[in-house]
Design a protein around this ligand. Structure first.
Ligand code: AMP
Length: 112
């Protein structure tokens, strides 16, 4: 499968790693939109939150379970925002489920 995040998870494409365990990987976004902009991906390929099922919901739990660890590793003591984009209207550019973790400054109130 030609998926850039699968290749990053497999170590075939380098990343600036923040956190890793057997099921998830977190790394800095290549085009940061905040002082801290991390991505958290499952090592299992799921295309987006819209593809989740009762059988694969654990993949989302793994990603969310890593959120506080990544936030602490990035020094985000004052809060942060977690976003997952879905599909064309959600402006999802990489079709592998991921959370954006944004922080390091007061973020705009607008969500969309
Ligand atoms: P989305 O638009 O929600 O699908 O988010 C995909 C994110 O992946 C974007 O913010 C990109 O900047 C980021 N991205 C794409 N390729 C890489 C890469 N090789 N390393 C780090 N971040 C990447």
């Amino acid at each position: 499968m030609d998926c850039i995040f699968c290749k990053i998870a497999a170590g075939e494409i380098p990343c600036k790693k923040i956190y890793e365990d057997e099921r998830v990987l977190a790394f800095f976004d290549i085009q940061p939109q905040a002082p801290v902009h991390a991505l958290i991906i499952p090592k299992t390929h799921v295309a987006s939150a819209d593809e989740l099922t009762a059988q694969t919901a654990g993949v989302a739990a793994d990603v969310f379970g890593a959120v506080p660890k990544v936030a602490r590793a990035c020094g985000l003591t004052r809060g942060y925002r977690v976003i997952t984009n879905v599909g064309e209207d959600g402006c999802q550019s990489v079709r592998h489920l991921h959370c954006h973790l944004l922080g390091g400054r007061k973020l705009p109130e607008e969500m969309g």
